[in-house]
Design a protein. Structure first.
Length: 104
């Protein structure tokens, strides 16, 4: 399943479900009106997780506002998902998402 919203500031969300994993791939901006869209997609995807592991690919995220970071933190808190981040920005974002849980 994939959702692509047109416009200047976009977020593409792609869900890939396999036997043992579900991957959410995010591309673009996790900000503004796209945050409720991410939460909606997660609410639809979460029941399919079961015993599968979740990966969140944030390699192509270009920006995340406070609401977007919180949505990602909420998903991470529920699942302890594997965050895929190769660029310096994505690695920084992954650190921010996991930061609160690394202190505990």
């Amino acid at each position: 399943m994939a959702w692509l919203k047109a416009g200047r500031h976009t977020l593409k969300i792609t869900i890939q479900e396999q036997d043992q994993t579900i991957e959410i791939k995010l591309e673009g901006r996790v900000a503004g009106d796209w945050v409720p869209e991410l939460r909606r997609v997660w609410a639809e995807t979460a029941p399919h997780l079961g015993t599968k592991t979740l990966s969140i690919d944030i390699q192509n995220v270009t920006y995340a506002d406070a609401g977007g970071k919180q949505a990602l933190r909420d998903i991470y808190a529920q699942t302890h998902a594997r965050l895929i981040a190769s660029s310096p920005w994505a690695q920084y974002l992954a650190q921010e998402i996991m930061q609160i849980y690394q202190r505990a």
